[in-house]
Ligand binder design. Structure first.
Ligand SMILES: *Cc1c(COP(=O)(O)O)cnc(C)c1O
Length: 363
């Protein structure tokens, strides 16, 4: 008798991740504002380090990532032994689920939370539990009400994607205090660098035994194509994650570029400053055209339209103008479009096109 070959529980529940579009048929100068990428790309030191790595293609990379962890720790004032580096922060999120959640366990996140939380929970065979937000903002009271003795992991991104909203440190600490014993709070700081002076939750990690922070080189560092992220947590937890990390998970090129990028904070500062200025300009321009958004703390704006239909029509209109933004119906935000803050000309183009769309609708 042959038995049907079956995947592990949860795996068939995973809906395939849909990335931001990058092309428009028949348009050659399309501007991609759909994946929260740094419009200036990576900094020169990172690019040069990547090029130099060509001479080491035959060499296995470091397994302990000592140089990169040291660069991260020095810049952020952290203990390098408690830093762990992954193939994007996505890999760190995946280890956390694999290590700490399984069948019968619950993984909490909010209704507009990042899509990887659900995917990682299912991949581990755990039960994803979605909690409501309030006005597109993480609501700690609702998260606390959603906790149970089966909760093993709570994920929040702060600032969150795709809403751009953020909650304060006291709220986050209150959530950490409320977790049942044996549960872990994961603070996803993918956009933390866009918030001047924000530590992404590192202070809370140091002060507690049940908090882990994840960070990435994909956003402000402009290295999304290279796939590097990291986590910071209590030593016991980092030691566990290191057991399931593949020894050669990061290549020489990834390690060299990320280390150079971390040591090139001028690029981060320029990117943050320009982003803040253009983001505020874009939000105001859209509001003037009758398209509101919540104050964003990240490198994108969540533009709200009157209906799902209007959001879809505007998306199609922008596409016809070579402007690619992100539909977020999959994040329970059907009447919204997420627009990455591009360079100055991209911001002007998208604001102008949305103004034309709104005027045409009224005409
Ligand atoms: C982009 C993003 C990440 C980063 O993913 P990488 O795997 O590091 O590229 C993580 N969390 C959120 C909320 C994001 O938007």
């Amino acid at each position: 008798m042959t038995q049907k070959i079956q995947p592990q529980p949860g795996i068939m529940e995973i809906a395939l991740y849909v990335g931001g579009a990058s092309k428009v048929e028949g348009v050659s100068d399309a501007v991609k504002l759909s994946s929260n990428e740094n419009p200036y790309g990576a900094g020169d030191p990172a690019k040069e380090a990547f090029l130099r790595a060509v001479h080491d293609l035959h060499r296995y990379p470091s397994t302990d990532h000592a140089d990169l962890r040291q660069a991260i720790a020095s810049h952020h004032g952290l203990d390098p032994a408690r830093v762990i580096c992954g193939v994007g922060s996505d890999e760190v999120l995946q280890w956390i689920c694999q290590a700490y959640a399984g069948p019968g366990d619950e993984v909490l996140f909010t209704e507009h939370g990042f899509g990887m939380y659900r995917i990682c929970a299912h991949a581990a065979g755990a039960t994803p539990v979605e909690v409501e937000e309030t006005e597109r903002t993480t609501d700690v009271d609702k998260l606390i009400a959603g906790l149970s003795e089966r909760t093993k992991i709570v994920f929040i991104a702060n600032p969150n994607n795709p809403t751009g909203t953020m909650i304060g440190g006291a709220q986050v600490a209150r959530l950490a205090d409320a977790l049942p014993e044996g549960a872990l709070l994961v603070l996803d700081g993918a956009y933390a660098e866009y918030v001047q002076g924000f530590d992404g939750g590192a202070g809370l990690v140091d002060a507690r035994s049940n908090v882990v922070m994840t960070r990435t080189f994909s956003k402000i560092y402009g290295l999304g194509g290279l796939r590097i992220g990291w986590g910071y947590g209590p030593q016991e937890i980092v030691d566990v994650l290191n057991r399931i990390r593949q020894p050669f998970n990061l290549s020489n090129a990834q390690l060299a570029a990320a280390t150079a990028a971390m040591n090139d904070q001028a690029h981060v500062i320029k990117s943050r400053t320009d982003n803040a200025r253009l983001r505020d300009w874009l939000a105001k321009a859209l509001a003037d055209h009758g398209v509101p958004s919540d104050p964003s703390h990240a490198n994108f704006i969540l533009a709200r339209f009157d209906s799902r239909e209007e959001a879809q029509d505007c998306d199609a209109y922008l596409k016809s103008r070579g402007l690619i933004v992100r539909q977020v119906a999959g994040y329970n935000l059907p009447n919204c479009l997420r627009i990455t803050v591009g360079d100055e000309s991209a911001c002007r183009r998208v604001a102008h096109a949305i103004g034309q769309f709104k005027a045409g609708e009224r005409a």
